[in-house]
Design a protein around this ligand. Structure first.
Ligand code: FAD
Ligand code: ZN
Length: 230
């Protein structure tokens, strides 16, 4: 709907990749709906994935013994996080929906995107005990993990060699997004795009565009252990 804000956090090196095309389709379709779409193109931004001392501007809270979680929490409260983090947090704060678009790397997201999670979702901003899970600080937002795989759908079936694809979603959807209070929409998975025909890939892109048309009517998944492991 017009005015809804979407942040696409995108991790692929190559614009001509299927991930690049999926991102493009999402920008086009959501913009067409009147949504305000922002993209964080992590490789193009040369986004820093490492959680280090450089994320804190000025003096440390405890300069005797460095504690990244503590220091970023304190820095957040005094407005002392590095500019790149403040910019990403602003995009997150404004967004109604976060879309993560990436190729599956080692049963997870690429390091550059994991680094985005590590650095952006700072305590005090995204969660602050006991404000976690349903009372996480980013409640009233939605997240959607959209990714591609090398392996086929059959290999990611329950009981197959790679196990149910939902097992891999537990850390990302539940451990990160739900922890921060974000509601999770069903993932969007394009299996093995490198090993299917050009025509099949076009169908994959079409299916994504179709899904986005009715996205705002979707109910979040019931993000509890049962959804993943039952
Ligand atoms: P691409 O190779 O870019 O896309 C496939 C084809 O689609 C290309 O030929 C491209 O030209 C074409 N294409 C692009 N746009 C269009 C369009 N508009 N219309 C038609 N065709 C188009 N896989 C797993 O399953 N599990 C893992 O744990 C895993 N770990 C990995 C770890 C690493 C370090 C790496 C490098 C890969 C790993 N993979 C794994 C494989 C990886 O997930 C896949 O290679 C990736 O998801 C494929 O997506 P892509 O966008 O890079 O594909
Ligand atoms: Zn959950």
């Amino acid at each position: 709907p017009p005015g809804r804000k979407v942040l696409i956090v995108y991790a692929h090196q190559e614009p001509k990749s299927l991930n690049g095309s999926l991102k493009k389709v999402a920008v086009e379709e959501l913009s067409k709906q009147g949504c305000i779409v922002t993209v964080s193109d992590l490789y193009a931004m040369q986004f820093e994935p490492r959680a280090t001392r450089n994320d804190i501007v000025g003096c440390l809270h405890n300069s005797e013994e460095f504690n990244y979680g503590m220091e970023t929490w304190e820095a957040y409260k005094r407005g002392g996080l590095s500019d790149d983090l403040i910019a990403e947090q602003k995009k997150v704060q404004e967004a109604d929906l976060l879309v993560f678009q990436f190729p599956l790397y080692w049963f997870s997201m690429p390091a550059i995107m994991k680094g985005w999670m590590d650095r952006v979702l700072v305590q005090g901003f995204a969660h602050e005990f006991p404000n976690c899970y349903d009372s996480g600080l980013l409640k009233n937002k939605l997240a959607l993990f959209s990714f591609t795989t090398g392996a086929s759908k059959e290999m990611y079936a329950k009981g197959s060699i790679s196990g149910d694809i939902r097992y891999l979603l537990w850390p990302m959807q539940h451990g990160i997004m739900h922890f921060c209070g974000v509601k999770v929409l069903a993932p969007h998975i394009c299996f093995a795009p490198e090993y299917v025909s050009e025509e099949k890939r076009k169908e994959m892109l079409n299916a994504w565009a179709q899904r986005l048309k009715s996205l705002w009517k979707e109910e979040p998944i019931n993000c509890s252990p049962e959804w993943y492991f039952k």
